[in-house]
Design a protein around this ligand. Structure first.
Ligand SMILES: CC(C)c1ccc(C(=O)O)c(O)c1O
Ligand SMILES: [Fe+2]
Length: 308
């Protein structure tokens, strides 16, 4: 029997989807489906569209808005009971929680859940207990994406933000870089990180990651994106923290997305301690590469009013 960690009364399952605001939804659909290989699952409904890349109905939701950025981050918990426990937990810590609007539930292919705004990072999180798994076979002809991997934000309050993400949201640290970054996993999900934070003077979205099935997906993406005139802003390279091979590129709004292959997995019992890694370029890329200036600079964090 799995027991929640460090006083957290509920268990996570996975990072379910990320919602982004984009300024030209048609361009963004063409990019995320035509260049990265996600499949449009829920056709454009008004100003929003749902894309999938694994067995679930939705991994990326795009909303047409005037300003591009991170609208919300959705975690799936382990069961319906865990969802109730999670809501009671956040309320007991004085977080305002509100139900997912009925108008969005069908579109999102979920049974329900709640949203909670975290004021230090500015991020609105959504918690759900299940998501539809459609019968339609994925078209993976462009890239064999395995899953939405992680979302990373920029914060100017790294220590405070980590304190709440650890103590209140129950994320566990997998690695730190001194005064620069923290990578966090959602127990008992084994992946090295589903969420991370990087210190920056300008808070915002850092990047959204998709994990691919083979290293060839990274190499093929590089050539496909170059041929399509997409800006590659870092990589290919290998990250020290999770051990993954990575490639970062810019979406039509200049927001950064990442393809990565391979990631350390943590056992549920007796995991290794989080490491304190050196703050150096080598930590970010063991192959010695350097990011371009545009790397992870674009994308506002949308206020809770976008999620009510
Ligand atoms: C450069 C960014 C912050 C970064 C660093 C390390 C990893 C990893 O170990 O997987 C990432 O995924 C990153 O995005
Ligand atoms: Fe990443």
């Amino acid at each position: 029997m799995k027991t929640p960690m460090q006083g957290l009364p509920f268990l996570y399952k996975r990072l379910a989807y990320v919602a982004l605001n984009v300024t030209d939804i048609n361009k963004s659909i063409a990019f995320y489906s035509g260049q990265l290989g996600l499949n449009v699952h829920v056709e454009r409904q008004g100003e929003k569209v749902g894309l999938r890349c694994d067995q679930y109905a939705m991994s990326l939701v795009l909303y047409q808005e005037d300003v591009a950025g991170l609208r919300r981050v959705c975690f799936q918990v382990a069961s319906t009971e865990d969802l109730q426990l999670a809501k009671a937990h956040f309320q007991s810590r004085s977080y305002e929680c509100w139900d997912i609007p009925g108008t969005e539930i069908e579109f999102l292919n979920i049974a329900g859940g709640f949203r909670v705004h975290e004021p230090i990072t500015g991020v609105t999180f959504e918690y759900i207990d299940c998501m539809v798994e459609p019968p339609k076979v994925l078209d993976q002809s462009l890239a064999k994406i395995q899953r939405l991997g992680h979302v990373v934000i920029r914060t100017n309050k790294l220590d405070e933000a980590w304190a709440v993400m650890n103590n209140d949201f129950g994320l566990l640290s997998s690695d730190f870089v001194v005064d620069k970054a923290v990578w966090a996993r959602c127990y008992p999900n084994p992946f090295h990180h589903s969420f991370a934070m990087v210190k920056s003077d300008s808070p915002g979205l850092h990047h959204v990651n998709f994990m691919v099935s083979e290293i060839d997906d990274v190499g093929r993406a590089r050539n496909r994106l170059i041929n399509a005139g997409v800006d590659i802003v870092f990589g290919p390279g290998r990250h020290m923290p999770s051990g993954s091979v990575f490639l970062y590129f810019l979406d039509p709004d200049g927001m950064t997305a990442e393809f990565s292959f391979g990631m350390e997995e943590f056992p549920e019992e007796n995991p290794r301690e989080a490491r304190m890694l050196e703050n150096s370029a080598q930590t970010m890329d063991l192959w010695g590469g350097m990011p371009k200036p545009e790397f992870c600079k674009r994308g506002e964090i949308a206020g809770p009013e976008f999620n009510e």
